[in-house]
Design a protein around this ligand. Structure first.
Ligand code: MIC
Ligand code: SF4
Length: 642
């Protein structure tokens, strides 16, 4: 039996485990990336491991999220990351150099290699045939130290593309179409491979838009073959030596095959507040728009912004719309500028933001009250924009431009003829904003500079065998990490200050949660399906740990979040009978009985002391996960192992 493309890369990086769906495998990691909002914590964790140098082929620290400096906090964190990187063998991408995924794709990604990043959109690298995973900061720290990355061997899905996209229909519409088909849970436990003849019609940046948004499907990762189009991209980046050709075997077996004929797609739009809430743009014709944002790691490539420039040429942004454009990288911005394309964007009235995540993570540019914002981003979760009652829609750059010009949601095909975009055969290469690490010898005398905003990691304790807890919160399906630990300009600067951050835990759902959990001292969260979808932020586990959450009991979990809970020493459990979810109420006193032997058996008994009921919980863990939980989290486990 032949192998899929992902199985081939897994096989060549397998350290231990069987490549059988559902069993745990350990992978060798070639490259890591961090961004600043998760990086500070990841490097603090790396430092506690006491290693001098990273052991990966390439590790890069990006500054792209926390770039609004309204106080000392972010600037201090940038300085900490810059100094820790220089000392320990990590490349440092300076603020202004661009969004981690865009810059990594341009300058460091390599087909056939493995990458983990402390950001859920790390699968962007799949656009170039790299097996890339989003992970919690602690997992990235372990990988930097040469440790394996553990995942559950995923199922293999194939999306078979035929045909060719029509003008004004884009890679973003392909992402939205697959979200419409599969939903935000549809990729859980699977790697999505994109194949078929239609793949040849998509450039690397377009492929990267698609693998980027595979994260929104809950997929473990997504990947494209590495072919002549990949070669052209690498060559244009002056990196043709990094090319290897990669494809699945003809007789590879997939657990699911989905066919999409690109020529039948229409411009699509995801409505508030979920990326899978997808309809045709034409069906929302006439909805008034207040704000349009173009950028993010999904749609900020040179290809995207050249299209935006051509469509805006000679046009003026509608008087009721505020348009922002954030180029994905310094390379994109300087090429837009040198080609003259930036001038069209500026003269249309757009507001040019720096090359960073910006509005995508609520770092400025929040919409007005009850505003309608069309964004070329990948997430439109409630409150993420910074304005809770705003309606955020996800669209392609073409649909974004149409709304910016007409002031209302408009099918972009009404813009007339699509201008022909010619991509340069070579990109402007200037890595001066990427600072190389010091040599081992120089590093000895380098000091790591820490600001006063860095507070200690929450304390952990070995797991108790019987745990009495109170239900501090009961939530429904599809709770995102943006619900658990919101981001945005006011909160993000405190990512290395867990006590302060904790005040905002679940604040979009229940403002009293944080105080209540803290006073309960030992509590549990009850949730529905796909709990913890969205970002990789380990803060969505570390903050609950600080607040005394001992376990999270839900119908099902999202992949990265469940790993982060285990790493933090919080026990993640699922209902054996999902209907038991309905029987539990907030405030109930519960007892998790004989946790240790339960974890051995794969089943734990949960007694509801308030209602005098008993439920069965699934507690399926590998031996490694059990040991981590027993020790009180991955840091304690790693220390015990020394
Ligand atoms: C996001 O898009 O939600 C983020 C902000 O990039 C996160 C990381 C974080 O919370 O710092 C992600 O996707 O992992
Ligand atoms: Fe940044 Fe947005 Fe991409 Fe997250 S999704 S990495 S916040 S641009």
């Amino acid at each position: 039996m032949g192998l899929t493309l992902a199985q081939k890369i897994i096989k060549s990086h397998l350290i231990s485990g069987e490549m059988q769906v559902g069993s745990e495998i350990a992978l060798k990691i070639d490259q890591t990336l961090t961004q600043d909002a998760t990086g500070t914590m990841a490097y603090l964790e790396f430092e506690t491991m006491g290693l001098k140098r990273v052991k990966t082929e390439r590790s890069v620290a990006y500054i792209d999220h926390n770039t609004l400096q309204c106080g000392f906090e972010n600037a201090d964190d940038h300085r900490y990351i810059q100094t820790v990187a220089k000392k320990h063998g990590i490349y440092f991408s300076r603020p202004g150099n661009g969004i981690c995924h865009q810059v990594h794709l341009e300058r460091f990604s390599r087909p056939g290699k493995t990458l983990i990043g402390s950001d859920s959109h790390t699968p962007t690298g799949g656009g170039i045939g790299m097996l890339s995973f989003g992970a919690g900061g602690l997992d990235v720290a372990v990988a930097m130290g040469g440790g394996a990355y553990h995942i559950t061997m995923p199922k293999m899905y194939k999306v078979n593309l035929t045909g060719k996209l029509n003008p004004f229909v884009t890679a973003k519409d392909v992402s939205l179409e697959i979200l419409r088909i599969l939903s935000v849970k549809g990729g859980v436990g699977a790697i999505i491979e994109w194949g078929g003849e239609g793949v040849k019609t998509l450039s690397v940046p377009e492929r990267a838009t698609i693998t980027n948004m595979g994260t929104e499907l809950g997929a473990t990762t997504s990947i494209f073959p590495s072919d002549e189009i990949t070669y052209e991209f690498l060559k244009a980046q002056g990196r043709e030596q990094d090319f290897v050709s990669l494809e699945s075997d003809i007789d590879a077996v997939y657990d699911k095959v989905i066919d999409i004929d690109l020529s039948t797609l229409e411009p699509l739009i995801a409505c508030p507040h979920s990326p899978d809430n997808v309809v045709k743009v034409s069906s929302l014709k006439g909805v008034k728009v207040n704000q349009v944002c173009i950028g993010s790691c999904t749609n900020s490539s040179l290809h995207d912004l050249l299209k935006v420039s051509a469509l805006l040429s000679g046009k003026t942004v509608h008087e009721s719309v505020s348009l922002s454009v954030s180029p994905g990288s310094k390379q994109v911005l300087s090429m837009l500028s040198s080609s003259g394309a930036l001038a069209n964007i500026i003269s249309s009235g757009a507001r040019i933001l720096e090359c960073a995540c910006g509005p995508c993570i609520g770092m400025g540019f929040s919409p007005n009250s009850q505003g309608v914002s069309l964004r070329t981003f990948n997430r439109n979760f409630l409150g993420r924009s910074g304005t809770k009652d705003a309606g955020v829609y996800l669209v392609s750059p073409e649909t974004a431009v149409a709304a910016a010009i007409f002031g209302e949601i408009t099918d972009p095909r009404l813009l007339g003829e699509m201008p022909k975009i010619t991509m340069p055969t070579s990109f402007a290469i200037d890595d001066s904003a990427i600072i190389a690490p010091a040599s081992e010898q120089e590093a000895e005398s380098l000091e790591v500079l820490r600001g006063p905003n860095i507070k200690p990691f929450p304390s952990t304790q070995p797991l108790d065998n019987n745990i009495e807890v109170t239900v501090a919160l009961k939530v429904g399906d599809n709770i995102t990490t943006d619900h658990i630990m919101p981001a945005g300009a006011k909160i993000l600067p405190y990512r290395s200050n867990i006590p302060y951050l904790s005040k905002f835990c679940f604040s979009v759902v229940d403002e009293g949660f944080s105080e209540r959990a803290l006073s309960l001292k030992s509590s549990v969260i009850i949730g529905g399906d796909n709990y913890g979808q969205g970002s990789s932020r380990e803060h969505a586990a570390l903050v609950p740990l600080y607040l005394g959450i001992k376990a999270v009991v839900v119908k099902s979990f999202a992949r990265i979040h469940v790993a982060n809970l285990i790493n933090a020493g919080i026990v993640p459990l699922t209902f054996k009978n999902v209907s038991d979810y309905d029987l539990i109420s907030e405030g109930d006193k519960l007892l998790l009985e004989n946790v240790e032997s339960g974890m051995e058996k794969g089943e734990i008994t949960l007694k509801n002391l308030t209602k005098n009921q008993t439920y069965s919980l699934v507690a399926l863990f590998t031996e490694r996960q059990r040991e981590i939980l027993k020790a009180g989290g991955l840091l304690a486990y790693t220390k015990n192992q020394k």
